[in-house]
Design a protein. Structure first.
Length: 197
């Protein structure tokens, strides 16, 4: 293999890279954005796919974000690959904010106000000591309910930004390709004129 590592990464190195990229989160975000912009499909399909992936990141169903994003993208005629890229919106940096916001908004919707049953300092302790059926009422149900009013505006904003970005990227690319073709044609005609004289 051409670009193979000299020393294979052990388990801890792979775990560290999964949680904290080698370069930076900003560089990873740029990579995902460029990857989405270069996908084939209509601007609506790409933007809808990314928005579906981002919205699925607001749900508390970890491990099912890809499947949920793909289902949402299929329903709104989005690009399935773009939906997988959009799930990168949920990452170790954004998840604490997403989970806190969806939990509080869900509690307000369901119970009218903060119930005080589960404080932020006790979430980790409760996750280890409770069964799924015990987690549903205090945590997962409010987070699932809160995911809609918190995630939907973000998904709509992301859809609009991505649609504009895809259109602008493609226009810039067409202009660049036309300029290259013009230069190539000018070089060929110059070479033909030189050869004729």
């Amino acid at each position: 293999m051409l670009f193979k590592r000299r020393k294979n990464a052990d388990f801890w190195e792979r775990l560290r890279t999964l949680l904290w990229p080698r370069r930076s989160f900003w560089r990873s975000a740029q990579y995902f954005a460029k990857r989405a912009l270069r996908l084939s499909g209509t601007p609506h399909a790409i933007a809808a796919g990314v928005a579906a992936g981002a919205f699925s990141s607001f749900t508390p169903f970890l491990g099912f974000h890809f499947l949920l994003a793909a289902a949402l993208a299929w329903i709104i005629r989005g690009n399935l690959i773009a939906s997988a890229i959009g799930t990168a919106f949920g990452n170790p940096i954004t998840f604490p904010f997403i989970w806190g916001a969806t939990l509080e908004v869900g509690r307000i919707i369901l119970y009218g106000r903060h119930t005080g049953q589960l404080g932020p300092m006790h979430i980790g302790e409760r996750l280890w000591s409770m069964h799924f059926s015990e987690l549903w009422q205090p945590l997962l149900k409010p987070m699932a309910v809160g995911a809609l009013p918190v995630g939907l505006p973000i998904a709509i904003i992301l859809y609009l930004v991505m649609r504009w970005a895809v259109v602008a990227f493609r226009a810039q690319r067409r202009k660049l390709l036309a300029e290259r073709a013009r230069r190539r044609a000018a070089a060929q005609s110059y070479g033909a004129n030189t050869a004729a004289s």
